[in-house]
Write a protein that binds this ligand. Structure first.
Ligand SMILES: [Zn+2]
Length: 111
């Protein structure tokens, strides 16, 4: 048996698409999209085994949700300091018309 979620887009049920129309004649509604879990290959799952596309029918609904809840989302893990990645000294490559720089991560010293 498959599991479903309702799209979490706050305006999903207001979009004028045939796929959202439900109800009997004279009692039609535009309804939030029902999403089958695992409908896409999960390139975005990471280690969570959860995909954002299990909760949002499209990118527009995802962005509407983020805009509405941005303050709460940022409060989950606020960043008050910048992050840094150690790199080797960059090397300028002049083979090309426009010089390019090679930037490599430095091996992490666990000592
Ligand atoms: Zn939606």
């Amino acid at each position: 048996m498959s599991n479903y979620n309702w799209c979490h887009g706050p305006e999903c049920h207001t979009n004028h698409t045939l796929s959202r129309i439900r109800g009997s004649k004279g009692n039609k509604v535009l309804r939030t999209i029902k999403i089958k879990q695992g409908r896409y290959n999960y390139y975005d799952r990471g280690n969570n085994q959860v995909s954002m596309w299990d909760y949002f029918c499209n990118q527009s609904c995802l962005m509407d949700f983020i805009r509405l809840h941005l303050t709460s989302i940022i409060a989950i893990q606020p960043r008050r300091e910048p992050l840094e990645t150690k790199i080797k000294d960059p090397v300028k490559n002049t083979e090309y018309i426009y010089p390019q720089w090679t930037i490599e991560k430095k091996a992490v010293d666990n000592a």
